[in-house]
Design a protein around this ligand. Sequence first.
Ligand code: NAP
Length: 317
Amino acid sequence: MADKKIIAVLGSTGSQGGGLCRAILADSAGGFGCRSITRDTSKDKAKALSSAGAEVVQGDLDNVESLKKAFAGAHGVYAVTNFWEHFSGEKEKAQAKNIAEAAKATGVKHVVWSTLEDIRKFMKPDDKRMPMLQEKYRVPHFDAKAEANSFFSGLPTTFLVTSFYWDNLYMFGLAPKKGADGKLAWAFPMGTAKMAGIAAEDIGKVAYGIFKAGSAYIGKTVGILGEALTIDEMGKTLSKVLGVGPIQYNAVEADAYRGFGFPGADEMGNMFQAYRDFANEMLANRSLAESKKLNPALQSFEQFVTKQKSAILAAMG
Ligand SMILES: NC(=O)c1ccc[n+]([C@@H]2O[C@H](COP(=O)([O-])OP(=O)(O)OC[C@H]3O[C@@H](n4cnc5c(N)ncnc54)[C@H](OP(=O)(O)O)[C@@H]3O)[C@@H](O)[C@H]2O)c1
């Protein structure tokens, strides 16, 4: 790896960073090497990356000194935090601050920061459509990432605005389920709005495209998606590709969704409402052409469902 530009990848045992590591490792002539960062180098996903040719090192987002060690000598850093491990906007910002501090200390040449937009900018503070969460956020995992953008000023950064993972269908329990009547149904507070979605693996592939393009993307914000679809359009594709009956879409109100009671229902209710009420703004922030340019293998929803058919069917029970 000595002759290669090393990308130190946070979240390497997860969806985004894992996709980036696999993209780097699949392109052995590309001139880049993958340094996978994990808190636990003995876990199976870390071992799999090591077997595929990655250097695996220990690092913890809560420990800035461990990040400085993990970034030492690297050309680039893929920066992603995991809100869903702790559900705290404040903690997410503290972790992003640690990443930026370690990147500054080690003088890396390119940081790709996985961020999202600040939903508060779309609404007046006294807007009652959506409750504030954790006192000051509309959608904490969006707003906190956007606030954290400022930590990266002064660093050679690309701000990567991601989209809803279609993988949530099988990873987050969001697939349609059979009701008491035996018919498939799902509920979202999305009305007839189109939501920007993407196959999680494609985010890492886009990030690899950004590192390869290098300085052209430094200082830029890049919003990506695989396709923008209504829930009904997604349901029709699921029925067609999976060979299941029609999927009943219950377009519930956001308040009803927030009351569903699962952990994070309020956060998800606000997020879907933001995708619905600010669909034009959210779609304007993301470019299909740019996503395809950076990742020519970008999947459509139909391609994604075809590839993940068995996982989605298993999640539907
Ligand atoms: N789900 C969606 O639709 C969606 C859409 C857009 C953006 N996002 C954002 O994506 C982020 C999560 O990324 P992901 O889905 O790729 O993650 P993931 O698949 O859930 O995996 C989490 C990754 O984060 C790492 N990690 C967590 N805490 C860490 C810590 N303290 N120190 C070092 N590493 C840590 C884990 O590494 P180890 O456990 O190996 O240490 C693991 O690699 C979230 O912040 C979420 O808001 C999600």
